[in-house]
Design a protein around this ligand. Structure first.
Ligand SMILES: Nc1nc2c(ncn2[C@@H]2O[C@H](COP(=O)(O)OP(=O)(O)OP(=O)(O)O)[C@@H](O)[C@H]2O)c(=O)[nH]1
Ligand SMILES: [Mg+2]
Length: 387
């Protein structure tokens, strides 16, 4: 089981594509009157401008489904919700129908996973009685189906007004998961005052608490507003990979067979990439692999993989008996995972340019990522991590 770095890169690319292809689709129904800011919210939270991709496909009389090929998210929009009682009643019935069909179908990709009920803070003095009635009756009907409902208070500025509205809605004791005030986009009043966007990271965090495990990677993949949530999920993926593969009872691996650690590490890197939802190309992966393995081009055999990986983790590098214990394999894998998360973080923040990863400077940068994880030593200024 020897490898060439370009083969590892190819397998990693394949694993990334497969992971993304196999992601469960997250299905969200968005309810709210015209102009409250549903489209703005959707386009601000997710990586793809779904709400601009046209009118979508009608799935019922008053609901349309918006999605994009290769993107594991579907939004069910409810245009015309403001058109009065009859329309609102049919939206309610059609939402319940979709929920029930989803449950009956037993296909998680088709099930409805949550509802965003949007209320505009800006245009409301109080909580509209017809909306309150709708929510009461809907949550009553949803008691058996238990789809999480999030009340999103849109255009939540001034913040004080949003908080007041939040208390008003909470006081109604509706059977909903959470009331979340947000401002999806900065709001410009005049040159002197700009209200800054807020709350979208909270929306992702509370959704993360309610959604089942099989949707957690998807949620992080599609959202673009919370680096913290992505990192947290990616760290869970590292821990899971390490526990599954190198946990207790893992038989020590002879140095010569250290290549057998690589498939687990490839899967882990693919999962982290999917969680970040970034386009990672071959050159980035090649830089990562060759700095981890200290080689490029030549075939790497188990023994060189072992010695080079161990170098990444100074504390773990006591080479005794020609074997790597489960604990050491776990440490090395954790260091790889954490370094890769750091790389993804810098790409997400845009503080890493493609040319930063090339040549000698690139190699040093990659090594710094590992070393930083390995021993948290001081690094030269230009390697300082961005918090
Ligand atoms: N600055 C700012 N403007 C917002 C925000 N949310 C909505 N708006 C504005 O409010 C208007 C209506 O927002 P939309 O997102 O189109 O509302 P909608 O709910 O999709 O409306 P319909 O598609 O007609 O049902 C637009 O002019 C948006 O620019 C926000 O968070 N910040
Ligand atoms: Mg819209």
């Amino acid at each position: 089981m020897d490898y060439r770095p370009d083969e590892i890169v190819k397998q990693t690319m394949d694993a990334i594509n497969q992971k993304i292809r196999n992601m469960t689709t997250l299905n969200i129904i968005v309810v709210g009157k015209s102009g409250v800011g549903k489209s703005t919210l959707i386009n601000s939270v997710f990586r793809e401008n779904l709400a601009e991709t046209g009118i979508g496909r009608p799935v019922t009389q008053s609901i349309r489904r918006i999605s994009k090929a290769g993107f594991p998210l579907a939004i069910y929009d409810t245009p015309g919700f403001e058109l009065g009682k009859n329309q609102q009643e049919s939206v309610k019935q059609e939402v319940m129908k979709l929920i029930k069909e989803g449950l009956a179908g037993k296909d998680v990709n088709k099930a409805i996973h949550c509802i965003w009920y949007c209320i505009n803070v800006g245009s409301n003095r109080t909580f509209d009685s017809s909306e309150l009635a709708w929510l009461r009756s809907f949550t009553e009907e949803n008691r058996a189906t238990r789809v999480p409902v999030f009340i999103v208070l849109t255009q939540g500025c001034p913040k004080r007004k949003a908080e007041e509205m939040c208390r008003l809605v909470e006081a109604e004791n509706l059977d909903v998961s959470k009331v979340i005030p947000v401002l999806a986009q900065d709001m410009d009043f005049d040159d002197e005052y700009v209200a800054r966007a807020y709350g979208l990271d909270t929306l992702i965090a509370v959704m993360g608490e309610e959604l089942p495990d099989e949707l957690q990677d998807t949620l992080q993949n599609v959202q673009k507003v919370s680096l913290k949530s992505k990192k947290k999920r990616a760290q869970t993926a590292v821990a899971a990979a390490v526990t599954a593969a190198f946990g207790e009872g893992f038989a020590p691996v002879p140095f010569a067979d250290a290549a057998m650690l690589i498939p687990t590490q490839i899967t882990m890197i693919a999962t982290i990439t999917a969680i970040f939802g970034l386009d990672v190309d071959k050159s980035i992966l090649m830089g990562f692999v060759s700095s981890a393995l200290g080689t490029s081009g030549a075939t790497v055999v188990g023994r060189s993989i072992a010695t080079n990986l161990l170098k990444l983790v100074p504390g773990a590098g006591t080479v005794t008996g020609g074997v790597i214990s489960g604990a050491t394999a776990g440490l090395v894998t954790t260091a790889l995972g954490e370094a890769y998360i750091k790389l993804m973080e810098q790409m997400f923040l845009g503080t890493l340019r493609a040319e930063d990863l090339q040549g000698e400077a690139g190699k040093r940068r990659f090594l710094a990522l590992f070393q930083k994880q390995a021993d948290k030593k001081e690094l030269p200024d230009h390697f300082q991590e961005i918090e």
